[in-house]
Design a protein around this ligand. Structure first.
Ligand code: ATP
Length: 306
């Protein structure tokens, strides 16, 4: 019966999502995959958040048995601090954030928040304390105000505007003929990757969770957009325990610790300064990225002067 109840429950969920105008069908199937995987324990408790300290201990994980992705990862994100995870594409960085959000369960080891194993608490109480700014934000076919208010549906118009301001998206919205009532999503105005990310940040500001996961988009952003997003992220991550899956230099430099993931293990760890000094994998990634950014800006200057 339980086995039957979950899919029925899920169909209800999907139906509601469709009615709400979820635009990204693939994302929905992602959820479908994921929801079947993880079930609350019969005696699951509510997560009791104190200061919001996260600990990964000897975490092992594979999506399928044949190919281990994480092979014994241990690190902590102390309450209120920021830890950035970097590493080559496919190293398993986003997988860490999915495990913390409990889209999947670890196969060995544990992940705890304030000492409570994420497998022992209800998914609802776990997800209520985590704000997720994903790589690609799903927008509903509705107004931009609705899309921001999704972070906390009871928020007033004034609160939505304050959040938009802090997320550095308010100027953009004011520039739209219909302002906050402009329709966005597939059937409305299509926002750029950077704009969508700022909508996600505004949502998260309204949700005001003690724990934050930022999964940065891989796509290159121009310097101005990057600075705007960085300013928004600085505001939202202040005094919050933050795990950043980082692709941009600007988010990494100020992190309290940087974890360099490679082939499923931690290859290096330390602050930006320490890792540069070490002159290893991080230092070479950093100089490569800096060269790429400089080349891009040079190209832009050449184009602008044409
Ligand atoms: P990027 O920097 O490119 O975003 P990443 O380090 O975040 O990469 P992950 O998304 O964590 O990498 O993926 C790690 C590995 O797990 C990759 O090889 C990927 O193909 C694989 N993987 C990711 N999601 C799934 C899934 N749902 N099923 C099977 N394999 C997956």
């Amino acid at each position: 019966l339980i086995q039957l109840a979950i899919p029925l429950n899920f169909i209800g969920f999907v139906y509601r999502e469709i009615r709400q105008g979820l635009t990204d069908i693939e994302h929905m199937f992602d959820l479908l995959d994921v929801r079947a995987e993880v079930v609350d324990k019969a005696d699951a408790k509510e997560l009791k958040i104190q200061r919001g300290a996260i600990a990964f201990r000897d975490v092992h994980f594979a999506y399928d048995g044949a190919r281990p992705i994480l092979k014994g990862i241990s690190f902590e994100v102390p309450a209120g601090k920021t830890v950035a995870v970097v590493g080559p594409s496919g190293a398993g960085k986003s997988t860490l954030s999915r495990l913390l959000y409990r889209f999947y369960d670890v196969q060995r080891g544990s992940i705890t928040i304030d000492g409570q194993d994420v497998r022992d608490v209800t998914q609802k109480s776990l997800r209520a304390v985590i704000g997720m700014v994903p790589q690609d934000t799903v927008l509903f076919n509705d107004t931009i105000a609705y899309n921001i208010r999704y972070g906390r549906v009871t928020a007033s118009d004034a609160e939505v505007e304050v959040a938009a301001e802090a997320a550095q998206i308010a100027d953009f919205i004011r520039g739209l003929p219909e302002g906050y009532l402009a329709m966005v999503g597939e059937r409305g105005l299509k926002l750029s990757g950077g704009e969508k990310q700022r909508v996600a940040i505004a949502r998260t500001i309204l949700k005001a969770p003690p724990i934050l996961i930022l999964d940065e988009a891989t796509s290159a952003l121009d310097t101005k957009t990057e600075q705007e997003i960085q300013a928004a992220l600085d505001i939202v991550s202040r005094n919050r325990t933050t795990l950043v899956i980082a692709h941009r230099l600007s988010t990494v430099i100020n992190a309290d610790e940087i974890i360099v993931l490679k082939d499923g293990v931690i290859a290096e760890r330390g602050t930006h300064g320490e890792l540069i000094e070490r002159d290893g994998l991080y230092a070479s990634m950093w100089s490569r990225q800096r060269e790429a950014t400089q080349a891009e800006e040079q190209l832009k200057r050449v184009r602008e002067s044409d």
